[in-house]
Ligand binder design. Sequence first.
Ligand SMILES: [Zn+2]
Length: 632
Amino acid sequence: MKATRLASALAVAAFGLASFSALADVPVPQDVPYQGTLQINVDATDLARRIFRVHQVVPATPGPLTLLYPQWLPGHHSPSGPIDKLAGLQVTANGKTLPWTRDPLNVYAFHVDVPAGASSVEVSFQFLSPQSTREGRVVMTPEMLNLQWNANSVYPAGYFSKRIMTQATVKFPAGWQFGTALEVESRDGDTVRFKPIAYDDLVDSPIYAGKYFKRVDLDPGAKVPVHLNIVADEAKYLETKPEQLKVHRNLVQQMYKLYGAHHYDHYDFLLSLSKKMSGQGLEHHRSSENGVSPGYFTEWDKNALGRDLLAHEFNHSWNGKYRRGADLTTPNFNVPMQDSLLWVYEGQTQFWGHVMAARSGLWTDEQARDMLAFVAATYDKGRPGLASWRNIQDTTNDPIIARRAPLPYRNYQGSEDYYSGGQMIWLDVDGKLRELSRDKHSIDDFAKAFFGMDSGQWAVNTYTFEDVVATLNEIEPFDWASYLRTRVDGHGSLIGGVASHGWKLVYTDKPSAAVKALEARRHSADLTYSLGLSLGKDGSVGDVLWDGPAFNAGISSGMTVVAVNGQDYGADALKEAVTASAKDKSLPIELLVKNFDRYKTVRIDYHDGLKYPHLVRDTSKPDTLSKLLKAR
Ligand SMILES: [Zn+2]
């Protein structure tokens, strides 16, 4: 045992992996081929009880064997493998049960001793889908399922996951259809056998299956096909209008024009339209998981808000999957990831998600500007924590720190601000490239140069901060390292890109369509830039702006506003009180708030009226924002 630990520690040092791995008695991954093919069979038919039943055959040699359940999940950038949903683990060899032990320092590792004479072990367990969202992401409903291989398999420790060949079969509910990047080898009724594929790519190739299913060709006649695979709660939600499909087809073409290359042999959008299955947005190399509300197509006008989702996830095939931060690129799913470059991976993808939604027509220019105003306001006045104690770079640790759990003071604590704060930084970079080149070069040139090489290649091509700087310098020589580090590491403004594109961020008393849609979707009242708080249905207090008027009056998240100036709480009543107190400064904004079982009256000394962010043209400068958003 000791020798193994020492060997692990040395190997860890050689690979530059975190010492955490060395503490547990788990073989370090080696870049050598795994002997044999890992068989993974999933029975996904128990819809009523939401249970996936997994049976695996793991080729092995006699002696110690460590089986790993994937912990560090690509796209999540965090150790969030759902091991709490794994149950019923049994390991056998030659028909005899083998006792297993869980590593005390790594709860994702299971140790067994393979007996003499055995050439494989059989592993079975259940993956229990949450029965409600309180337990996690619901991935099985009476009408659809989302099969993720990281949740439905274990794999042998000691190998790079790309060196482990696998063959997977799935038994689907009778008559269901499915979408996936996996290629079918054979079918027997509802049991589908997929072609052998490396474990790395299997985990990167989830399945959406459903009773109500539709497959749309998004690039008809192309040599490299792109499909949209839709599952829905009911057949009626699958109805699509030609103009809706047209903007999705535009997205594919706009992306090709941007990058001039792609890094897959086929691509499948997986899209669920459901109230029951949990929402999702998760990138993969040859597919993406997208979970939205049922009315995505059938209530098109009501659902503009999240319509950058597919553009965002598709963009990750280039940025995040083909090209990936070097410190995020790990040999298997149980080596800790480092997220230092997520402001490139997610930040620039957030930027392109918005821009591509506009270029493809998923958004109008006005919708894109409304969303940009919303984001810009967040980094103007909505993140006091970034101005005082954190920076964008430090928020790249948030997937590991908070794993998207609700936070008491989100605006002050910060939460994955590398996404939208990163978006603002890249808008700023675009403005600088245009300024330096007199509008001859833009971030489009960076995108093509940095992500658009080697069409057809899909082995991961890693990048570092220095690579980003070098490519920017090839386009326009400048001190890009300082320019970026000032924004990523500092506490200054991130919204310079608004002004450099010929627009101004202003606040008026009228909400934009985007803010109205957001309020409708969340059943909330967004008074972030006036009273400094947002309220949910029935007056429950959401995020309270640190040091804002509500905060300074003693209001915190988790309280409930019961009454406004002596009347029952209502979002409209509160907004009217804010407006009235601006017109007549003697009028109060008096709230009766409930805190646990205590009631108190809070007077907010605020007289500036309602404030909502908008972009307005600065006619002293050219409008390069409209140029950026224009279809190529
Ligand atoms: Zn993303």
